[in-house]
Design a protein around this ligand. Structure first.
Ligand SMILES: NC(=O)c1ccc[n+]([C@@H]2O[C@H](COP(=O)([O-])OP(=O)(O)OC[C@H]3O[C@@H](n4cnc5c(N)ncnc54)[C@H](OP(=O)(O)O)[C@@H]3O)[C@@H](O)[C@H]2O)c1
Length: 293
């Protein structure tokens, strides 16, 4: 089986490329510019640089390699960047996805699209059937791409994770949890929001969920997220306990302490019952997962 993974230099793409390569799958990783996947053996994993906003490059990638599946992780993934640079956001998140769909239609490749809980508004945690209501432009762009995927006529799956965490890899910026850990290790006091609710997701669980979708030839929308509803402050204190760091350095604050141009839901998070029932998805607890960062 041949699988192309887009966004392979990113946080999720790196982990997914390494994970699926350890299974009996021929992984073709693609990203912008040279390969930055940590500890990759380029004899095992083929890496092909591709700018997905260029239709001819995307066509070349997919038509020449004829994958069984394309797993589309690439995106402009920072809500603030999407808010301030909307044309670029549409180009990366919507046009890029359309280019992939067009190429998959020519070869019959199946498509897994990585979306987000940001397609929803308040009143989480949300199930797959809930009505989308994005609160910011990042969420809007991801929802536009979801619609393209759903109308593509391809064999497709849409996966929605929430606040992905795991070991930091080369060239990827520190995540929220890495920032907490390094601040506490340096005895630096931090303020952490305690009025936003999320269902944080271990990257290893997402890899298992994707493998299940491929193995079972599944279609449809799946919420691959953790099961616990936690605030960033709760996550930070659980991390402090796990690593025996001083949790008194963490002050809980409300979100209005950090005014942002981008609106974010207070009650977000996703319900993962469908993935549990259909895929056998079995996410770790946050207490277990935080040991792996
Ligand atoms: N991280 C989370 O907590 C989270 C939560 C929910 C959903 N998601 C979704 O999950 C997916 C992966 O997220 P992530 O955290 O791994 O993001 P990431 O670290 O920002 O990685 C995204 C990758 O996409 C690449 N990319 C962007 N535009 C491209 C283009 N035109 N052609 C080729 N590559 C392009 C970027 O390349 P460069 O490295 O060159 O910039 C980057 O390596 C995204 O679709 C995101 O929306 C993430």
């Amino acid at each position: 089986m041949i699988v192309i993974i887009t966004g392979a230099n990113g946080f999720l793409g790196q982990r997914l490329s390494l994970f699926l390569n350890d299974k009996t799958i021929s992984v073709i990783a693609t990203g912008r510019g040279p390969c930055r996947i940590e500890n990759i053996n380029l004899q095992d994993v083929k890496y092909i640089p591709t700018d997905l906003t260029k239709a001819f490059e995307t066509d070349k990638l997919i038509l020449e390699n004829k994958p069984d599946w394309v797993i589309h992780c690439a995106a402009m993934s920072k809500p603030n960047d999407c808010h301030t640079n909307r044309d670029e956001c549409i180009l990366q998140n919507v046009t890029g996805t359309q280019n992939i769909i067009d190429s998959c239609q020519k070869t019959g490749a199946k498509l897994i699209y990585f979306s987000t809980d940001f397609i929803f508004g308040e009143n989480g945690p949300h199930s797959e059937e809930d009505t989308p209501d994005p609160l910011n432009f990042y969420g809007e762009s991801k929802l536009m791409a979801e619609t393209l995927v759903k109308n593509s006529g391809l064999h497709w799956a849409i996966v929605r994770p929430v606040l992905i965490y795991g070991k930091q890899l080369a060239g990827t910026p520190p995540s929220f949890l890495h920032w907490v850990k390094s601040s506490l290790e340096n005895n630096q006091p931090i303020k952490v929001v305690n009025d936003q609710f999320r269902t944080p997701t271990a990257v290893t669980d997402i890899c298992e969920g994707i493998y299940a979708i491929i193995q079972q030839n599944q279609q449809g929308v799946f919420h691959l997220s953790g099961s616990e509803i936690l605030t960033p402050y709760q996550m930070a204190t659980m991390l402090a306990k796990e690593y025996q760091l001083n949790e008194l350095l963490i002050t809980p604050v409300t979100s209005d302490t950090f005014p942002e141009p981008v609106k974010r839901a207070k009650h977000s998070g996703l319900k993962n019952d469908k993935a549990k029932n259909l895929l056998g998805f079995n996410p770790v607890s946050f207490e277990q997962g935080v040991k792996t960062i």
